[in-house]
Write a protein that binds this ligand. Structure first.
Ligand code: SF4
Length: 306
């Protein structure tokens, strides 16, 4: 049976939120978040060889044209993922899943977005950018709050490819974490259109570490872990991955990463779960915060209004 979708009757307020999200998905697909745009500028100044300078100049021109012409910043507009912290008193909490699904469905038609939803095992593209379990929606509840914070992420194919997770024997220690990350980055980092934002999760199991590594990609590129030891590892890994010499778009160069972000949570004493996710130079993630009247802020896209 083929996947089909019929629009669901939503309340007036839910439609308002959905339509704001449709517009914001358009912004995210056309305009890099401020931290990534800044990093691309910074890294472009560090490279001195003409080839690398040309790659950065092309990235900046691509970005300018995407904004001016209202076109996606990369042809791969990704699989849509939402990471949400929602107050238990947020008035539209009951309609949230439908709001998000419809926002992707409508954005796909109006922006437009490339069709990236393939039903697994049945192996056909729904042509809608939604499908079984897509968009991906991760929700955290916040007690006694009536607001919602929502990350929108366009997970491209290339930048998703280096992703991996593993549970290490406890004796492998944090050296094992570093070995895992460096093995992945030397083998697959090139797939993801460098310079990369590298997200690392450390926790108990594959899925908890994997979630942490994805959340790490939601942190700003220049951010530093509040945990002193994790922050030290971020710095060391950044240096190590830069030394691989991938450079912009894999043409070699001084810098391979925009940043390394680690998110760690407590673990079982007998395991060290570690996971890695990468974001490419066109790291299209946005953040929108709504209050209970649907007034919103866009902290990663300064100066944009919808
Ligand atoms: S890795 Fe990023 S920039 Fe490269 S094709 Fe995929 S989405 Fe586009």
């Amino acid at each position: 049976m083929r996947y089909t979708y019929e629009e669901v009757a939503l309340s007036t307020e839910a439609k308002k939120m959905r339509d704001i999200l449709v517009d914001y998905i358009g912004v995210v697909s056309h305009r890099l978040p401020d931290d990534i745009a800044m990093k691309i500028k910074e890294l472009g100044k560090i490279e001195i060889d003409p080839l690398q300078q040309l790659v950065y100049a092309t990235m900046r021109e691509n970005q300018m044209l995407a904004e001016d012409l209202d076109r996606p910043s990369c042809q791969d507009t990704g699989a849509l993922q939402f990471f949400i912290k929602v107050g238990t008193n947020f008035p539209l909490i009951n309609e949230l899943n439908v709001i998000l699904k419809e926002a992707v469905y409508l954005a796909t038609k109006s922006i437009p977005l490339r069709h990236n939803a393939v039903e697994t095992f049945d192996e056909y593209n729904t042509g809608l950018n939604i499908g079984t379990g897509l968009p991906t929606i991760y929700t955290e509840l916040e007690q006694d709050s009536d607001t919602i914070e929502l990350y929108v992420y366009m997970a491209g194919g290339g930048c998703t490819l280096p992703g991996a997770a593993k549970v290490l024997m406890p004796g492998e220690g944090y050296e094992g974490v570093v070995r895992f990350v460096m093995d992945q980055m030397t083998s697959y980092g090139i797939n993801a259109c460098p310079p990369l934002l590298v997200g690392i999760g450390v926790a108990t199991s594959v899925e908890t570490a994997a979630m942490n590594s994805k959340f790490a990609l939601m942190r700003r590129a220049e951010s530093i872990s509040p945990n002193e030891n994790a922050a030290k590892m971020e710095g060391l890994l950044e240096e190590g991955i830069n030394n691989i010499g991938l450079g912009p778009q894999g043409f070699g160069g001084q810098k391979s990463v925009m940043g390394v972000n680690i998110i760690n949570t407590a673990r079982h004493p007998s395991t060290i779960g570690v996971a890695l996710n990468t974001g490419c130079w066109s790291h299209r993630r946005g953040k929108i915060i709504f209050d209970n009247n649907l007034n919103y802020e866009l902290p990663l896209h300064e100066g944009v209004s919808l």
